[in-house]
Each structure stands twice: as structure tokens, then as C-alpha cells.
Design a protein around this ligand. Sequence first.
Ligand code: RIB
Length: 305
Amino acid sequence: MRKIVVVGSLNMDVVIETPHLPECGETVSGKKIDLVSGGKGANQAYAAGKLGGNVTMIGAVGNDAAGETLLYNLKSVGVDVTGIRQMENGTTGQAFIAVDDNGDNSIIIIPGANGLVTKELIDEKADIIKESDIVIMQLEIPLDVVEYVKEMAVRERKTVIVDPAPALPDLPDHFWRGIDYVKPNETELAILTGRKLKTREELIGGARVLIEKGVRNVIVTLGSEGCLMVTEDTEAFFCPYQVKAVDTTAAGDSFTAAFALALSQGKTCGEAVDLGQKVSSVAVTRKGAQTSIPTMEEVKKMWDE
Ligand code: RIB
């Protein structure tokens, strides 16, 4: 099995269950509040580890209780956390997540230690990247650091996966060059390309914008509509696995992790998309970020038996 490294964010999620998400200026009475381990990077590392991958994470937490909990959680599923620095001068990242009765959410993040990840930290941990085969990143650490890791990974001929969330408009063209797989959802793809993407043709066109900028494969997750995969000369839609969603937090993260895990096991891109869909469809039936991630046995029981 090939080695995976996740370079990215760790957050303690403050999750509020609410009947509906507040409109601008509206006050809503919430039902419940919970603390859950999260962060897009940590969710992906946790999920890939829990599913049976060989995973190391690079990132930063504060020297505080939230940071300890996040490290403990990753270690509990076999993730190597030697790439994570406990910062003396920063607090662990936080995410404030409102989840409504339909399982939809809105998220505000306070980066904390994630914002203190630097190129120097990456240089210090470069051996981890060099010894890995697959490098996964998101956009919750400083963008110049993401770019720096991508350049290093491309130079070292690693398989590079970028989950471009939170999506940013107007990323420079060179950002995309050399990335093997980009996995936005349809909203993120619209932000990344500055286009309205309603129809299937528009979605394919949006994905092709990234292909033209140098991405090899674009996988667009479409929630309950399934998924789209676009390469230089092909495109394919994948049907969804139908479930009743209670919380979509970390749906994208669990997809990315399962996708990377499948690649690490020598599966094809299509097979990796299929596993991504199976795992994320289980995750949305459970509450929270890392609390929603299934084992491979649970995934097989739900979809393959
Ligand atoms: O993708 C879900 C994650 O986004 C949450 O766990 C939260 O921490 C934010 O990073």
C-alpha cells in the first residue's frame, strides 16, 4: 500500500444544531451544542486512517486541550502525527458550525494555529513528503504554503490531490499546474471559475477550465446528485448512493480520503470515485465531522453485502 500524507488544517468544531440556519440579521434558538474533532485536513487524515490507510499528517495545533484531543483522535486510528507541531504562540483552530434539520450546514472558521503553518515547518517535515506517495491538501492553511507543498510534491513526482475548500476566487493559473486530482463540490467549482454552473454542460465546462490550467483530473461532487469526473479527453457522471442525510459536515473530506485511499491501493480513478461516494454517503447519515467517519467494514456492510 502506498503512503499518504495530508498537509492541512486541524480544528475543534463547535457544532450547534438548529431548526434552520439564521438569515442575515435573524436570531434563532438552537437545540444543542457539541465539541467535535474536525478541520478539513484532520478529517481527511482521520478518515484515511480509519479506513485502513498508511497516513501521516503535517499541520499545527495550539498547546492546549483542543490540540491534545485532536492529536489523540488521529492517533486512535493509526495516523502518524509526528508532522504536527504544537505551537506555543497560537491556539488550536476552531470552526463554528450550524447544522439545520435537513443536515445542511454553514461554517465559520477561526484559523488559529493553522494560520501559523509556514514554509519553514514544511521544510522541517519535508522528509515525510518525500517518503510519501500521495499528497493531499486543502485551503485552510496559508495559500503560499499550499503552493509551496504542491511545488515540492510535483518536483518529487508524488500524486497530488487538492480539495480546494474553502474555495477562493481568482487563484493564479500557476496554482493549478501539475495537480493530479482536484475535488471541488459544485459550489466551490463555481467560486473557483467565476461561472454559474447549473446544467451538466456548464459543470463539465467549469471542470474543463481547471483542466486547461494544468489539472489532470477534476472530480466534482454533486451532493445527492452524485459526482462528475472530467479528464483531458473524457467525462463521466456517477449516480449517487441514496441515503437520508442528517449532517453533511465532512462529506467532502470523507470522499477525498476514501478516494486517496483507493488510489493508494492501486485502484483506478473510477473505482476511487466509487469508494469516495460510498464512504461519504455513510458519513452524512451520522452527526459531526470525525464522529461520522465509518470503518471499511461498516462501508462494506452498507453497500456491498
Ligand atoms: O469540512 C468540514 C470541516 O470544515 C469541519 O470539520 C470544520 O472544521 C471545517 O474545517
